[in-house]
Design a protein around this ligand. Sequence first.
Ligand code: HQG
Length: 185
Amino acid sequence: MNKNKNTDEFTRIGKFLSLVLRHSPKTIGITIDPKGGWTDVELLIEKINQQGKFHLDQKILEEIVETNGKQRYSFNADGTKIRANQGHSIPIDLELEKQTPPEILYHGTAERFLSSIREKGLLPMSRQYVHLSGDEETALKVGKRHGKPFILKVHAGEMQREGYLFYLSENHVWLTKHVPPQFLA
Ligand code: HQG
């Protein structure tokens, strides 16, 4: 397999992993441990292969996890379990410790959502958390996924001092439950 083919296949498998590990484990007939969000690696490989769309083995999975641009997935310490680092829509307790965010975080969205965001603030919508980033560049990329991008500044430091909780995923995405409109600029 040449390099490009490999990369395309890895991207496709990666997308499928996101679907299974974040949103719909039932697609391949597995469950995800609600505490930590972990899934057994051997079982995951077996079930994905059973589906017949992809051929996966331990080595390929390790390579996908390692080379994924956003470091979306990680293994547990002994490599027997895997999880998505963020982005879940199913109720998963990632068991993250609360963290002190930088004074300003960014959220990339689309212009068409702005009036609703100004009214209700940032909501997790279909996910468990609102996703924020430490840099504008990442926020711009996220916003572009939804249309004409717009970057919002979030006064995270102020929020935290008022008691709002922030978490940092293993792949450096900041997570919080809700950003009320008064903390947005
Ligand atoms: C918007 C990707 C109307 C919100 C990215 C966003 C990220 C509202 C959309 C991660 C709203 C939800 C998450 C309100 C928020 N009214 N619209 N009150 N509050 N919204 O995809 O943050 O590539 O669920 O602005 O990189 O775009 O999958 O969230 O536009 O880290 O690994 O509702 O997903 O990572 O969209 O993206 P999403 P997101 P991956």
